[in-house]
Design a protein around this ligand. Structure first.
Ligand SMILES: *Cc1c(COP(=O)(O)O)cnc(C)c1O
Length: 463
């Protein structure tokens, strides 16, 4: 065995990374040529890379670090549970205390009617569980032909076979013959793209009517469920008009269709309520969660099961032939428990709803005046800036110019992590962010927009 005394250089980490680690959603060869940024530590809303650069992490890791980095309560909870019982299964009529306690706590913070939880290891697995449960529900009710799940284009529901099928990302469907049968997609409620010239309220009703059109086309007796994110996250922080979700609810109720809210991003305070469906005004039958349940400190996901489905599964179902080795993992649940309690202790849901959420909205209203910005929108601590070539006509840049990526690289260069979805710049900062840090964030965004504007100007892309 050899021991090295000098620490590995960034280049050496990058070389080993490129040689062995296939990253998710990555062009392997292109990344190898460029080299990964090596992130070494985090504290509060900031992260540092191996070259010592400090970055304000405005995307919370990947929409998950709701309580920020370095929270002692979560670290201690994991340590204690690992020392006591690092793992035990819940398959064979056994349970563990952290799983029970977290299940209890989750039902207490969920909307009324959600008394049960099925645990998974991730959001994708949670949506696999949704698919299994929804179809099982209709089988048990003697309507096995009710199989079709309606979702939306540009939705993100994960990357397993069921998750990617439920999702509406065409570039994902293009690889691996997806979606699987009996999953269909309607258009998304994206007012900026599809509702120009209409009031937001009217567009919301129109977008919801596409669901009813699809139900009528298929026949309601074939439709099992509708699934959606209250606010589409990975699709570009697309905030539907206020009229949308209540109308979707009305349509689902009318046709007996189950309603599933994918709360993987919107859950745990992100929108200023415990769950996004509460902010958007609807009452789902199932809620998928992951990410914010542990603030990303450890993998955990699951499905909150509402009364309508729980009753049938429990009273008529017999054995449900589904589960994961890590369903109710004691360490993950202990961290989830500490995380949810910390959100309560710090009052983060109110902090988002009453303080930093409205304050961020104010800052975004100012950013809306920037010449590059065609639309600025936010809800709680999710926000988007649509970059456009022409502010008055909302004309977009040609997509091959990759103006969003240009802006993103200015962000990295100036100490800010902001994500680009096409030319839509999106953020979802940790919920612990303060007003002073929102000022810092808005200042960084402004500087990066100015630098991007100067670039597109120099390159003659504004003409
Ligand atoms: C991230 C995400 C998922 C998938 O969660 P994983 O933990 O990556 O499997 C599902 N739905 C939504 C809305 C997400 O944002």
């Amino acid at each position: 065995m050899t021991t090295t005394t000098s620490p590995r250089s960034t280049a050496s980490w990058q070389a080993a990374d490129a040689a062995h680690f296939l990253h998710p959603f990555t062009d392997f060869q292109a990344l190898a040529a460029k080299g990964s940024r090596v992130i070494t530590r985090g504290d509060n809303i900031y992260i540092w890379d191996s070259e010592g650069h400090k970055l304000l992490d405005a995307i919370s890791g990947l929409w998950c670090v709701n309580v920020g980095y370095g929270q002692r309560a979560l670290i201690d909870a994991a340590t204690r549970q690992m020392e006591t019982l690092p793992f035990y299964n819940s398959f064979f009529q056994t349970t563990t205390m952290p799983a029970v306690e977290l299940a209890e706590l989750l039902s207490s913070v969920s909307p009324p009617g959600f008394k049960h939880v099925f645990f998974s290891g991730s959001g994708s697995e949670g949506n696999d569980t949704v698919l299994r449960m929804v179809r099982r529900y209709w089988d048990l009710l003697g309507q096995p032909q009710r199989k079709v799940i309606i979702s939306r284009k540009n939705a993100y529901h994960g990357s397993t076979v069921a998750g990617a099928s439920l999702g509406g990302m065409s570039y994902m469907h293009a690889q691996g013959d997806l979606p699987i049968p009996d999953i269909v997609h309607i258009e998304q409620p994206f007012a900026f793209q599809l509702g120009q010239g209409m009031s937001r309220a009217d567009f919301g009703l129109l977008a919801a009517s596409w669901l009813e059109d699809k139900i009528n086309e298929l026949g309601a007796d074939r439709v099992a469920a509708f699934i959606g994110e209250p606010i589409q996250g990975a699709g570009g922080v697309i905030i539907p008009p206020e009229t949308y979700w209540p109308e979707v609810q009305r349509i689902c109720d009318k046709h007996g269709v189950l309603l599933v809210s994918d709360e993987v991003i919107c859950g745990f305070g992100r929108t200023g309520s415990w769950f996004g469906c509460e902010t958007m005004g609807f009452k789902p039958d199932l809620m998928t969660f992951a990410k914010g349940v542990t603030s990303g400190y450890i993998p955990l996901g699951g499905v909150m099961v509402g009364a309508r489905i729980a009753k049938v599964l429990i009273e008529q179902g017999g054995e449900f032939e589904h589960g994961y080795t890590y369903s109710g993992h004691p360490v993950a649940c202990a961290v989830g428990l500490a995380n949810v309690k910390l959100i309560q202790q710090l009052g983060l849901v109110d902090h988002v709803r009453d303080d930093v959420g409205p304050y961020l909205a104010q800052k975004y209203a100012e950013l809306a005046d920037h010449p590059l910005v065609g639309e600025a929108s936010s809800c709680g601590l999710m926000a988007a800036l649509q970059l456009v070539k022409n502010k008055t006509t909302s004309m977009p840049f040609a997509s091959e110019l990759e103006v969003g990526m240009l802006c993103r690289s200015h962000c990295f260069g100036n100490g800010l992590v902001m994500r680009a979805v096409g030319d839509r710049m999106i953020i979802a900062p940790p919920l612990v962010i303060t007003r002073a840090q929102v000022d810092e964030l808005a200042g960084l965004i402004k500087r990066c927009l100015d630098l991007t504007l100067a670039d597109v100007h120099t390159r003659g892309w504004l003409n």
